[in-house]
Design a protein around this ligand. Structure first.
Ligand SMILES: Nc1ncnc2c1ncn2[C@@H]1O[C@H](COP(=O)(O)OS(=O)(=O)O)[C@@H](OP(=O)(O)O)[C@H]1O
Ligand SMILES: Nc1ncnc2c1ncn2[C@@H]1O[C@H](COP(=O)(O)OP(=O)(O)O)[C@@H](O)[C@H]1O
Length: 419
């Protein structure tokens, strides 16, 4: 049964939720509150002394109405109900409490291999188990074959599939399983019994903590021994093949659209990359039709632009966008969305001062805003938070359009994004 309150946790929290529900985080049965999270960080134990290596928490914004005693339905980003959280504590921006499953996750790549510890323990009952947790390919299987041979153990490969690279780790585990069963692993032996279970364990920043958590998960899966696979070597593709979002921000009339269009045209003339240009007017007429200029509407507008740009970049495309995007936190969100798909994000601050934008007043909007006819006008009656993280800054006051375009194009060429 679903609960009256709802929440969609972020990707890391959803991964933790799945492990809480599957029993892979045994003995944890729910999200921690600040006291447990702090104790885990400081002492490696929960507040009651139970050993546990890493915080497992759920952030809930302060204005979410759920209070202790309430039940919250936790949904995936597509809206499917996954679990109910019974809130026992709300403080420090966290919601703590036990979770109960509402249904097994049915889809996602390799969903059939997302087996619970109980299922795997049953399959391997009565056998010694050597678990191998992996985040990247296992090229050398010698140690695994030798250790399994010594122990007379079955091998349980646990690909830690989280994020974009998840399916690739599972494919690597399936390749390793085939080599181990065929005896082509390197040590010459054939391992008797190789199982694979996909575990959505998000990496922890602290390597020692990450390893301990992997150890705990391996234990939950019934392993007597645990080997941690090598850390993945991530070789990002060459920049000219990587996705890129060039995101212009600046006041109305600063020159964002003019420079963005000039950049688009220059890129099309060179012909080395496909370009998605998210024109401000087109965005406001189609993608964000009906939105106004309140903070909420602007944020939604920017998130939508970021979403589309990130989708283009996910496939190696180059997207250019040029909204005002006055809020730093929202620009940060877009940067994170783009980087999460393995693409690069370049923030270009078109830093033409307000006085010059107002002098140009191309559309007569500043005059209207000054006369009080347009409420919440950026720079006049609504804020513009100057970026302190811009990758490039262009002031168009005293340069030609061509010069301004070159200020952006040249670094793209120098950085190897454009040939
Ligand atoms: N209140 C208010 N504040 C700022 N701008 C206003 C406003 N009302 C209308 N306009 C016109 O809308 C254009 C800005 O839209 P954006 O989508 O770029 O804005 S935002 O990023 O969502 O803040 C902006 O166009 P540009 O001049 O191209 O920037 C304005 O012409
Ligand atoms: N170096 C320059 N770069 C860009 N725009 C310039 C430059 N010099 C003058 N301008 C003028 O400034 C205005 C900028 O308008 P626009 O590009 O629509 O700004 P925004 O998209 O930021 O609202 C245009 O009229 C443009 O011709």
């Amino acid at each position: 049964m679903t609960a009256p309150f709802e929440w969609t946790p972020d990707a890391r929290e959803l991964a933790d939720l799945e492990l809480l529900l599957s029993g892979a985080y045994h003995p944890l049965t729910g999200f921690m509150g600040p006291a447990d999270a702090h104790s885990v960080d400081e002492h490696g134990t929960l507040a009651d002394g139970t050993p546990w290596p890493a915080p497992v928490t759920l952030a809930l914004p302060g204005d979410h109405p759920a209070a202790p005693g309430d039940r919250i339905t936790l949904r995936d980003p597509e809206g499917a109900p996954l679990a109910v959280l019974t809130v026992t504590e709300r403080s420090g921006g966290l919601a703590a409490g036990p979770v109960e499953a509402l249904g097994a996750p049915e889809h996602g790549p390799f969903a059939r291999l997302r087996r619970t510890p109980a299922e795997v323990r049953e399959e391997l009952a009565g056998r010694e188990v050597l678990a191998v947790t992996m985040r990247g390919p296992l090229d050398d299987l010698t140690e695994i074959e030798a250790t399994a041979g010594e122990l007379g153990a079955a091998v349980l490969l646990l690909p830690l599939a989280f994020g974009e690279g998840g399916p690739a780790v599972v494919r690597a585990a399936l390749r390793a399983r085939d080599r181990l069963t065929e005896g082509t692993g390197g040590a010459g032996g054939t391992v008797k019994g190789v199982s694979v279970a996909v575990v959505p364990l998000a990496p922890r920043e602290d390597h020692a903590v990450d390893l301990e958590l992997r150890e705990r998960v391996a234990e939950a899966y019934g392993a007597a021994e645990h080997l941690a696979g090598p850390e993945p070597v991530t070789l990002p593709g060459p920049p000219h093949r990587r996705g890129l979002v060039v995101f212009f921000t600046g006041l109305s009339g600063s020159g964002k659209s003019t420079v963005a269009r000039g950049l688009r045209d220059a890129l099309l003339e060179r012909g080395s990359r496909t370009v998605t240009y998210l024109d401000g007017d087109v965005v406001r007429h189609l993608l964000s039709a009906g939105l106004g200029f309140s903070r909420e509407d602007r944020d939604l507008n920017i998130r939508r632009i970021g979403f589309v740009a990130a989708e283009a970049a996910r496939h190696g495309g180059l997207a250019i966008c040029a909204p005002i995007a006055p809020y730093a936190a929202t620009r940060d969100e877009v940067r994170a969305m783009v980087e999460a798909v393995g693409a690069d994000f370049l923030l270009v601050h078109v830093a033409t001062p307000l006085a010059e934008c107002e002098r140009r007043d191309r559309k007569g909007l500043y005059a209207k805003a000054r006369a009080g006819l347009i409420p919440e006008f950026t720079g006049i009656s609504a804020p513009y938070e100057e970026p302190d993280d811009a990758d490039l800054v262009v002031d168009t006051t005293a340069v030609t359009v061509e010069q301004a375009v070159r200020t952006v194009l040249d670094p793209l060429v120098q950085g190897g994004w454009v040939r």
